[in-house]
Design a protein. Structure first.
Length: 198
């Protein structure tokens, strides 16, 4: 068995044992521990939240004083008192209105693990994923508090610099990272952005 396969199986087994809905949970745990992205009492939005691993992790970090709002084209039932989930296509023209109606006010943290349906054509998947990410970034002035943080999944490719430059112009600190639970052969990376300038 290849090392990458063994690592994938390790996280899948660990998620099952520890009751997480997805192995993606460990990516968020690692990045929150490293960068202090989410604090107790925070309000958090999670775009592309199904099946719900990140919702479970964020729920623990914000505690009962905080709230987590998850959005996905797929329905998610999570059964946690501080987590609220909604069906939404982030590409729909009324996406921002729907988010504002569900969240009622600005949040401290925006998470996005959005992945389009993978076609296998690398350039196409990259462009589609970046398009979803830019839709999230466009919402920041309406949904993210000044001083807030974000975590955005991106697929590597030529548009990465465009995203990086946009983020650098609106956040105090911007890091590009690959958590150890992310498969080596996957082209995904994560932008961790701290302190939104507003
Ligand atoms: C990698 S999964 C997220 C895993 C999640 N972070 C977890 O911990 O379980 C990516 C999600 O993005 C969602 N997605 C893709 N396109 C979307 C869109 N246009 N609007 C909303 N969600 C979308 C998919 O339905 C999928 O559930």
């Amino acid at each position: 068995m290849k090392l990458s396969q063994a690592r994938r199986d390790f996280y899948r087994r660990k998620a099952k044992e520890e009751g997480y809905k997805s192995r993606a949970a460990y990516k968020l745990i690692e990045l929150v521990k490293k960068y202090g992205l989410i604090r107790a009492g925070d309000y958090v939005i999670d775009f592309g939240c199904a099946p719900g691993g990140w919702l479970q992790v964020a729920s623990k970090y914000v505690g009962l004083e905080g709230k987590v709002f998850g959005f996905d084209i797929k329905a998610v039932k999570i059964g946690l008192p501080n987590v609220f989930t909604y069906i939404l296509d982030i590409s729909s023209p009324d996406a921002l209105d729907v988010v504002k109606r569900c969240v009622l006010g600005e949040v401290n943290v925006v998470l996005s693990d959005l992945s389009p349906n993978i076609s296998g054509v690398w350039e196409v998947d990259h462009a589609k994923q970046i398009d979803l990410t830019l839709k999230v970034i466009e919402m920041f002035p309406n949904i993210l508090k000044q001083g807030g943080n974000c975590l955005l999944k991106v697929f590597q490719g030529p548009y990465l610099d465009l995203v990086r430059n946009r983020l650098k112009s609106i956040f105090d600190e911007v890091y590009l990272t690959k958590p150890s639970a992310s498969r080596k052969e996957s082209s995904e990376l994560y932008f961790v952005c701290l302190s939104y300038l507003g």
